[in-house]
Ligand binder design. Structure first.
Ligand code: FAD
Ligand code: FES
Length: 276
């Protein structure tokens, strides 16, 4: 118990580190690598808080870790902090807290990933770890346009092209439909032991409905506003859960308990409920 408490105290302590490498993936997404011994032990689905000095601290999923302490995160430029991070150079200082949250449970058998947009980041990390344990691994990936289908080449290399179902909303690549529609079609033809999903909450709500209909186990990683990341401030609340502390990964049963909110509304920085 004391050891666990020590671990949580250490994880929550801000460490500074230098950006080691920056890779431009698309015009709006860059991958950053840095050294951090604690986050290098993270499980797929866990996240960290990255401090951009003088700007803000933001939650990011862990994309990959190495035994030598290297950690990677992929960041989409959407606003002030992500924009400031995109402007940084190799060697500049950032701050890290974490890893936080529970992460995915590693299930065996026939596994299906359903990723939308930046939701692909934790699912790629999970796929790398889970692949040797699976009987079959199918990856459904959806995005608005071809450019938003992130890490498609890596996913195809890992899972095999025949096991990847790509879709875009504008039809610029793959099937012209939503990832949730590809999922429903596939589940009508084939049974899977578990679905892991991450992406826009409206998409994940549809994934939950399909999983329920076909009796398939589900784990979904939720994104909510986060400040403290340790269950204190209440920014990330969904029903009775705090996403930072009780999640960010929730199973189908937990999501059914909060179905009045899940995929329906979220809270803004003032705590007000706003519909999706
Ligand atoms: C558990 C978790 C994991 C995440 N993983 C990734 C990831 O791997 N890669 C990635 O690019 N993004 C990820 N995000 C989203 C990322 O945290 C936000 O895009 C980022 O905080 C936006 O900061 P900003 O200052 O650039 O944008 P702002 O100017 O503050 O706002 C732009 C948009 O980002 C949203 N946003 C702002 N602050 C937060 C916050 N603290 N938490 C969630 N959303 C916010 C706002 O609703 C707004 O729509 C994750 C979020 C969570 C909760
Ligand atoms: S971010 Fe503060 S309680 Fe979750």
């Amino acid at each position: 118990m004391v050891r666990l408490l020590d671990y949580h105290i250490a994880a929550n302590k801000l460490r500074t580190t230098q950006i080691q490498n920056i890779k431009t993936e698309t015009p709006t997404v860059k991958t950053f690598t840095f050294m951090d011994k604690l986050c290098a032990k993270a499980k797929p689905g866990q996240f960290l808080m990255l401090w951009v000095p003088g700007v803000d601290e933001i939650p990011l999923s862990i994309l990959d870790v190495q035994k030598d302490g290297t950690v990677a995160v992929a960041v989409k430029r959407v606003g002030e902090a992500t924009g400031a991070l995109h402007n940084k150079q190799t060697g500049e200082i950032i701050g890290i807290r974490g890893p936080f949250g529970n992460g995915f449970t590693m299930k065996k058998g026939k596994v299906l990933m359903v990723a939308g947009g930046t939701g692909v980041f934790p699912l790629l990390f999970l796929s790398r770890k889970i692949k040797p344990k699976t009987a079959r691994l199918v990856f459904i990936i959806g995005a608005k346009t071809r450019e938003d289908l992130l890490f498609l080449d890596k996913i195809e290399k890992l899972c095999g092209r025949e096991n990847v179902v790509a879709s875009t909303e504008d039809g610029s690549y793959g099937i012209k439909c939503l990832a949730s529609e590809s999922l429903e079609l596939l589940l009508c033809k084939e049974r899977f032991d578990v679905i892991y999903t991450c992406g826009p909450e409206l998409m994940m709500r549809k994934v939950l409905d399909s999983a329920e209909k076909h009796g398939t186990a589900l784990e979904a990683s939720l994104e909510r506003l986060m400040r403290c990341a340790i269950g204190l401030c209440g920014s990330c609340v969904v029903g009775k859960y705090r996403v930072c502390r009780d999640g960010p990964v929730f199973n189908g049963q937990q999501l059914m308990e909060v179905r009045a909110e899940f995929g329906k509304s979220k809270r803004d920085f003032d705590g007000r409920k706003i519909p999706f």
